[in-house]
Design a protein around this ligand. Sequence first.
Ligand code: GLU
Length: 430
Amino acid sequence: MLRFAPSPTGDLHVGNMRAAIISYILSLKMDEKFIVRIEDTDVDRNIKDKEKEILELLSQFEIPTKHYILQSDNFDLHREIAQKLLDEGKAFYCYCTKEFLESKREEASRLKRPFRYQDAWAELEKETNPHPVVRFKMTDSISFVDEIKGKLFFDKKELESFVIMRNNLPTYNFACAIDDKDMTLIVRGEDHVSNTPKQIAIKNALGYKEARYAHLPILLGEDGKKMSKRDKSSSVKWLLSQGLFAKAIALYLLILGNSKLEKYILDNKVLNYKDLVAEVDISQFSNNSVHFDYKYLLFLNREILRSMEASEIIKLDSSLPKNEALIDVFKLEVSTILELKELLDYALAPLESKVSKEYESEINTLKDCLEDKSLFDLDYEDFKKALMEKSGLKGKSFFKPLRIILSGKEHGIELDKIYPVIRDFLKGEK
Ligand code: GLU
């Protein structure tokens, strides 16, 4: 079984979506079940209804969510297992207060030593602290072979006994390790590498079978720093709100750090997870951190938009003007469906509303001339000549304002292409 395990504590991050997509494709490849597990253990940080939004986004990316579970549904099981570990001496109560641990942390920093919890501290405050936590007793070094990073080793000296239950609730590492019992391959971001030895230690203590792990490198933003939650383009929801197709985002996330897939995806530009099964292998993904390049994503989106029939595009957005001829002209000029809508709305707006600060007087002159609707009966060449003559404008002062009137843009679209498809609107016949 494979899983995607998002936390409902913030917007779904592109890095997490990347892990979800790769994990899902690998589940198809391995012919194993795929589940979505909402990790709602951090009760204070959970955002109401965030899980619904995450599931909805996954559906838009055609990732099945019918087998989704809430980690909180397993809290009783987590408690039971904590008790079992306590009974077996594999976990213990720790009565240390925050203040005590803070003083130990300061002391370590003063002595320029790394801070590490000592099991011997567990009962020092037993008499005065009625709210102990449960810690898992770390006894061994841990090593595992990561599918992307290779062999990783964590020395016992660097590992400490860590909290698994606080206020009768499981911590992330504990709940995650238990709920991963039946997982064969765990794909997630490398920010979790340091959690993995803890989770493996718990699973070993419980006699669970070993899972394979693949930690994907973090995504870097334009500034070369880790793409943080504050980076707008790190939010899948935000990217969709910019008019990007889920398909383009998904394909881009697969291309990132995977040059082998890049060619296949650019040649095909269709998102079909089943077809991708033959192309995707976890070992293809680079271990180097990768830059999230919004411009590349826009390019991919543009390519997809161009390859679509106007009739298909109309179906995607009910607010688009249903004019296939116009869509065929304008789709070559834009990167997203939002931009397309803007251009279409502008082109189809009444003549009176076409204004621009630049060339204001020329635009007004042309608009006056175009009051004579019979001009629109002419084909483009004759229309152009007649309008030029009538307005007395020529060169740049004729073509730029005319282009602004017809397309809303100073550059781009060929006037002879756009004129035939919008002349009836300008004439007021449609
Ligand atoms: N809930 C964790 C997160 O959203 C993911 C943990 C995991 O995949 O193991 O970062």
